[in-house]
Structure formats: C-alpha cells, structure tokens
Design a protein around this ligand. Structure first.
Ligand code: OFO
Length: 171
C-alpha cells in the first residue's frame, strides 16, 4: 500500500523519466540531422531505456495499489552545439536524475516505506552506470576530439550499442 506522498513523488518521477526519454529522442534526431548515425543509435537506445524506467515505476505504483497520474512532458531543446555539448547536457541531466532518485530514497526512509526503498535500489545502481557511461564517452570526446577522424571513430563505436529491454514488471 502506497502512502499519498510517495505516490505523488513516484508519479513525478515517471514524468522525469519520460522527459529524459524525450530529451534523448531529441538528441537522436539532432545526431541524425548532423550526420552522426552512431550517436543517433546510442541516443535512440537511451530513449527506449528511459521509457522502460518510466514503465517500471508505472507498474510498481499499480502493483502497490496506487494510482498512476500522467502529467504534461516539457519540450526538450532541439538545438545543440555539437556531440560534446550533447554529452555534457546528458551527464548534467543524469546528475539531476540521480539527485531526484536519492530524494525518493530519503522520502522512503522518512515514511518508513521499506518496499519502495527496496524497489528504488535498482534505480540507485542504474544511475551509477548511467553517469559512468556518460563520463566515459565525454572523456573520449575530449581526448579524440569532437571533429574529424576522432569523432568518426566514436560514432562507429556508438553504432554498436544494442537495446536490451529491462524488466519493467515484478513478474
Ligand atoms: Fe537516465 O536514467 Fe532514467 O532517467
């Protein structure tokens, strides 16, 4: 059974995950537009993963007898300077999501909601991986350069990323 406050906070998180999806879809479109198909692939997979994150919370709210309430999703920016700018914005956004997940855990502790605390552990771990991936790609972009052959190599590497659906329900 979900308490009102936690239900509201989880619904907010669904909105943040769907905004994340929308932001990365916008980056995928921009990458396509500037001729970087590997980056477009990477961000398209990121988009799908964010939808999975939203659905994981959506299913949890339902499983716990709560009510999912969807809110409007903000418009993401469509303008980026270059590949480096996209990944700087990606890392910044993921740091914001990490903060948001940590606040949810804090609320779980305050409300003595053990089930939600355990549920959120998956997201705590996921955020470590997300930030690490973004930092790794940012480091490569800074090292190899975000132009010419360096950028071409990174684009080829990002083209190899494959989407693996995450488990979004308890069963
Ligand atoms: Fe990018 O992890 Fe969800 O938002």
């Amino acid at each position: 059974m979900l308490k009102r406050k936690m239900e509201g906070a989880l619904n907010e998180q669904i909105n943040k995950e769907l905004y994340s999806a929308y932001l990365y879809l916008s980056m995928s479109a921009y990458s396509e537009h500037i001729g970087l198909p590997g980056f477009a692939n990477w961000f398209m997979i990121q988009y799908k993963e964010e939808v999975d994150h939203a659905m994981k919370i959506y299913n949890y709210i339902n499983d716990q007898g709560g009510q999912v309430k969807l809110k409007a999703i903000d418009e993401p920016t469509a303008e980026f300077k270059d590949a480096l700018d996209m990944f700087q914005k990606t890392l910044e956004h993921e740091q914001f999501i990490t903060k948001s997940i940590n606040e949810l855990v804090d609320l779980g502790i305050k409300e003595k909601d053990h089930a939600t605390q355990i549920f959120l552990q998956w997201f705590v771990t996921e955020q470590i991986e997300e930030e690490k991936n973004d930092n790794d790609i940012l480091a490569k972009l800074k090292l190899a350069g975000d132009k010419g052959s360096g950028l071409f190599m990174i684009d080829k590497e990002l083209a190899a990323r494959v989407y693996t659906p995450i488990q979004t329900s308890a069963e």
